[in-house]
Design a protein around this ligand. Structure first.
Ligand code: F0G
Length: 466
């Protein structure tokens, strides 16, 4: 599996020191669990899940180096040694001057947007993640997605489907002159299928922003995975390390928001990192209101240590190679059986294409949500819908089908083994075999914002399976 050996078996580049049992349930128990949860997998108890691919966020296994770092956590309120360790890691990896820790990514988003975005503004992004969109809209601004058109075609195999549409960005910055306070690029593009953004695209976005005098920020949650794809796929980058590439990515931006629950390899945490002194000062004032003093930002000293170490581990080539390959392997199993999924496979997840998997279920009956329920019912696998439940409700209250109906199987970092991946393949193939019997849903209650977390559903035609 490493590049210079003849072996093909994907092996985890770690051995296991602590184990956590996972629980088998019967199909009848899962049927009951679904009914109790209003057919919403967010409301199912984790102990009723066998393989939990709901998210790769905060669900990773930490290394022995991270745990030993945590034992050295400095819990001082101000000026803790652990903060300076984190600051050094972030500066070394990103090059940004000011490092502002937060309890997770969305807190960094809130602080950045309250410091920069006003009512009536527009914030372009290749594709906003749900919390990012919600925060922009919460400021009374428009969250504008500008992915390249090929990013919305699940079957097209192209190296950088996460790219931003630079011509559309140019038009937006011209038409909305003075009303675009910042541009964001999400690496990798989570809602767009975990697809990477190329250095070439980042450079073009950078040049466009510069011409219009608008700052560029990265939503950097999965920066290391993005760097690995660049290393693998972008001409001229094969000889460069993920670390060098990541530094290049960050050097094209004015700052970033980060959820350390992803490529920070930690269970909690995040940060905002910026170059601009005045912005950093405003952000720190915001931080003190809700997160805490700027040298801990809502985290314990030991969390800062875990992130300081984890950010470096996320850039290890052996780890990245195994991680990306393992997801690609599952993609290969599905391809061999003709199961439709977003191609190429992404950095942190595999996305099933529910529109094609369940073509008989209309968007109004939530095909991707339905498919995620079927995977749970048949195999105890928890995934997440990225489709019309998550994105269908418009700010004015109307409904519009999402651009794609996807089911995301997100891989926690360093948690599941290849035999878990083989099992997943079996479950998906089984559900694919019974796809014609699967029937859609009706939403019975939902809150106005971020409804996927708490909405409740019932089968629209009596039961989930005919
Ligand atoms: N940006 C992106 C691209 C994300 O994927 C997430 C979280 C956030 C921002 C917010 O970070 O959770 O630390 O507040 N994504 C998780 C997911 C929840 O499952 O994809 P957070």
């Amino acid at each position: 599996m490493p590049p210079d050996t003849p072996f093909k078996t994907i092996i985890e580049p770690f051995r296991i020191k602590t184990v956590e049992p996972i629980r088998f349930t019967t199909r009848a128990q899962r049927e009951q669990a679904l009914a109790d949860a209003g057919h919403n997998l967010f409301l199912v108890k984790a102990e009723d899940v066998l393989i939990d691919l709901l998210t790769d966020s905060g669900t990773g296994a930490m290394s022995s180096a991270q745990w030993s770092g945590m034992m050295q956590g400095d819990e001082s309120y101000a000026g803790a040694r652990s903060f300076y360790r984190l600051e050094k890691s972030v500066r070394d990896i990103t090059g940004f001057k000011h490092v502002i820790p937060t309890h997770q990514g969305r807190a960094a988003e809130r602080i950045l947007f309250s410091s920069m975005v006003n009512k009536g503004d527009t914030v372009p992004n290749n594709t906003h993640f749900d919390t990012t969109r919600a925060h922009v809209e919460h400021r009374g601004a428009v969250a504008l997605d500008l992915p390249v058109p090929e990013g919305r075609q699940p079957r097209l195999v192209l190296p950088f489907k996460g790219n931003m549409d630079v011509a559309a960005l140019e038009r937006t910055l011209t038409e909305r002159k003075g009303r675009v306070p910042l541009v964001m690029v999400t690496v990798t593009n989570n809602s767009g299928g975990g697809q990477p953004v190329s250095l070439e695209n980042l450079r073009a976005v950078r040049a466009t922003c510069k011409r219009h005098g608008v700052p560029l920020f990265l939503d950097a949650c999965r920066f290391a995975e993005n760097a690995w794809f660049i290393h693998q796929r972008e001409p001229g980058q094969a000889g460069r390390s993920p670390r060098e590439i990541a530094l290049d990515m960050f050097s094209l931006a004015d700052g970033c928001t980060m959820s350390a629950k992803k490529d920070g390899m930690a269970n909690i945490g995040g940060f905002l990192a910026v170059n601009d002194e005045a912005l950093a000062a405003r952000a720190k004032n915001e931080l003190i209101l809700t997160e805490g003093f700027p040298t801990y930002g809502g985290l314990a000293g030991y969390d800062l240590e875990a992130i300081a170490v984890g950010l470096h581990e996320a850039l290890e080539p052996d780890y990245l190679r195994y991680r990306i390959r393992s997801i690609e392997y599952l993609g290969g199993v599905l391809d061999a059986a003709g199961v439709p999924h977003m191609k190429p496979t992404g950095g942190h997840a595999l996305y099933l294409d529910a529109s094609e998997f369940l073509p008989h279920i209309p968007p109004a009956e939530f095909p991707a949500w339905t498919l995620s329920l079927a995977l749970y019912l048949e195999g105890g696998v928890r995934s997440v819908e990225i489709g019309s439940v998550m994105f269908g409700r418009q700010p004015d209250g109307s409904e519009k089908p999402a651009a794609m109906e996807l089911v995301r199987l997100a891989f926690p970092r360093r948690v599941y083994t290849q035999s878990h991946v083989d099992y997943l393949g079996e479950v998906i193939l089984r559900v694919h075999g019974m796809r014609e019997r699967i029937r859609g849903l009706r939403m019975t209650e939902a809150p106005e914002v971020l409804r996927h977390f708490t909405a409740r559903f019932e089968p629209a035609h009596g039961s989930l399976l005919a």
